[in-house]
Design a protein around this ligand. Structure first.
Ligand SMILES: Cc1ncc(C[n+]2csc(CCOP(=O)(O)OP(=O)(O)O)c2C)c(N)n1
Ligand SMILES: [Mg+2]
Length: 234
């Protein structure tokens, strides 16, 4: 088994052994598997939902819905050599970044949905709120110093975007002109809490922003924060 095989099966270990930005083995030269329609993305989440509700996944899953068009648009400007960082909710990003559908599904069924990492495809996730932000900024800084032309795309929910760590990461990136874009995915909720009510702020900090560093979009999901509607005891 070569190192690539091992790292693909052990995502947490893989995150530690990945090479420097710009030099890591990457799937850029493989056939393009990134073209998904909205219906295909929805069908993927439906399949995960059915498996979860049937008790076949013994760990949390966080599903997307209602943001397929926005996600496909965001990925139009993400290249195979770019780096993508995500939260606990990352199935669509993994598919659109080019990780084969079967591989993504296998990791989810194995209970790793909340922290999907595929180093060869340059996509990393963490279920810690704000956890990937400094890593994404550091990756962008390394790219800038190495004069690579890859970019970093860092996804986060709208509550994460209101935290101190997000404000610092965005301020640093902007001021240093780092090759990074933050995508704020606004479903209005932090688990069950209304984000705007929580901050007593009808217009969120990055709401409506579309510039080189921020891409904010709103969506309405039909899934609960976690799971797919059936209480499953692990
Ligand atoms: C450091 C930390 N604190 C709390 C949690 C629990 N938690 C998980 S998701 C979440 C809400 C995040 O909301 P948002 O950023 O809007 O993302 P969404 O799930 O809506 O996409 C919280 C508080 C966590 N995972 N990590
Ligand atoms: Mg949210």
């Amino acid at each position: 088994m070569d190192r690539t095989d091992r790292t693909e099966r052990q995502p947490h270990r893989a995150a530690r052994v990945a090479d420097e930005p710009g030099t890591a083995a990457c799937a850029a030269d493989e056939p393009d598997r990134t073209a998904y329609t909205a219906d295909e993305l929805i069908a993927f989440e439906n399949e995960v939902a059915a498996a979860f509700n049937a008790g076949r996944i013994r760990a949390p899953v966080h599903l997307y819905s209602g943001n397929e068009a926005q996600m496909i648009e965001v990925f139009e400007s993400i290249g195979p050599r770019d780096w993508v960082f995500c939260s606990w909710r990352s199935h669509y990003q993994c598919l659109l970044k080019g990780v084969p559908r079967d591989e993504v599904m296998a990791e989810i069924l194995a209970g790793r949905s909340i922290s999907l990492c595929f180093p060869r495809h340059r996509i990393y996730s963490s279920a810690i709120v704000g956890g990937v932000l400094p890593v994404a900024v550091g990756t962008a800084l390394a790219i800038q110093r190495g004069a690579d032309d890859a970019r970093v795309h860092c996804f986060m929910g709208e509550m994460t975007a209101e935290t101190g760590i997000a404000h610092e990461a965005i301020k640093y990136s902007r001021n240093h002109r780092l090759p990074i874009r933050f995508i704020v995915e606004d479903n209005g909720k932090s688990v069950c809490t209304d984000t705007r009510q929580a901050w007593n702020q009808p217009v969120l900090s990055f709401e409506g922003r579309r510039d080189d560093f921020i891409h904010h979009y709103r969506y309405e999901t039909r899934y609960p924060h976690a799971g797919a509607g059936v209480r499953v005891q692990f």
